[in-house]
Write a protein that binds this ligand. Structure first.
Ligand code: AP5
Length: 213
């Protein structure tokens, strides 16, 4: 099963992908997480994409396509995958179809999580994450047990550089201009499911599971 999670920055793609992993036993493939890991490692790739990410722009297609192609070849993705943050341009969607076709697979469902722009800003501005285990919190909607500290390992939580107000606006702009048209690419295939992303995290998850069927 190949699922694509789409939605504006902060729609809850990462939050829901982790719950879908637990439900369906297939891995989450997040290009955002892969790129952040490359930056953390100080690799050449990480250095190349750092400024683009911090400004809220999109990394070049060839870079993310290569990351996904490589990751889809891992044995844990043999039974399927949950794509989180990819594809983000029509060129990426076409490349994904081609790489899946070579493996005798296709995208089974595109789950488009709808969240209005003002809610997107609130969610991104309040997001905090653990730099060690990657757990994600929200100061208001999903607070840790002790303020500013990860429940799992006690590490001090951090705010992503691209969650500063001007960067959130840039990411939203990139979403509307470059990523929203990807839905138009998938719609004629009849695989797009629109999900209301407003409401508590478990309620949104129930809607996703119902849409997957
Ligand atoms: P990426 O990491 O993919 O960022 P994004 O799409 O902007 O998505 P986010 O991770 O910000 O949000 P999310 O939807 O996962 O929401 P979350 O679950 O965290 O990409 C980062 C950058 O990498 C891009 O800007 C680009 O530069 C580059 N990049 C990545 N992929 C690329 C690609 N394919 N092509 C080119 N460049 C690429 O939730 C957000 C917050 O809301 C959390 O605090 C959470 O606790 C809270 N929350 C979640 N659900 C709810 C709810 N139902 N109610 C209340 N709060 C909620």
């Amino acid at each position: 099963m190949i699922l694509v999670l789409m939605g504006p920055p902060g729609a809850g793609k990462g939050t829901q992908a982790k719950k879908l992993v637990a439900r369906y036993g297939i891995p989450q493939l997040s290009t955002g997480d892969m790129l952040r890991a490359a930056r953390k490692s100080g690799s050449e790739l990480g250095q190349k994409v750092a400024a683009i990410m911090d400004a809220g722009g999109l990394v070049p297609d060839d870079v993310v396509i290569a990351l996904i192609e490589d990751r889809l070849g891992n044995p844990d993705a043999a039974a399927g995958a949950i794509l989180d943050g990819f594809p983000r341009t029509v060129a990426q969607a076409e490349a994904l179809d081609a790489m899946l076709a070579r493996r005798g697979k296709r995208v089974d469902a595109v789950l488009a999580i709808d969240v209005p722009d003002d809610e997107v800003v609130r969610r991104n501005a309040g997001r905090r994450s653990c730099p060690v285990c990657g757990a994600t919190y929200h100061v208001e909607f999903k607070p840790p047990r002790s303020p500013g500290v990860c429940d799992a390992d006690g590490t001090a939580l951090v705010q992503r550089e691209d969650d500063k107000p001007d960067r959130i606006r840039a990411r939203l702009e990139a979403y509307h201009r470059q990523t929203a048209p990807v839905l138009g690419y998938y719609e004629p295939k009849g695989i797009v499911r629109s999900i209301d992303g407003v409401g508590d995290i478990d309620a949104v998850f129930d809607r996703l599971v119902a849409a997957i069927g």
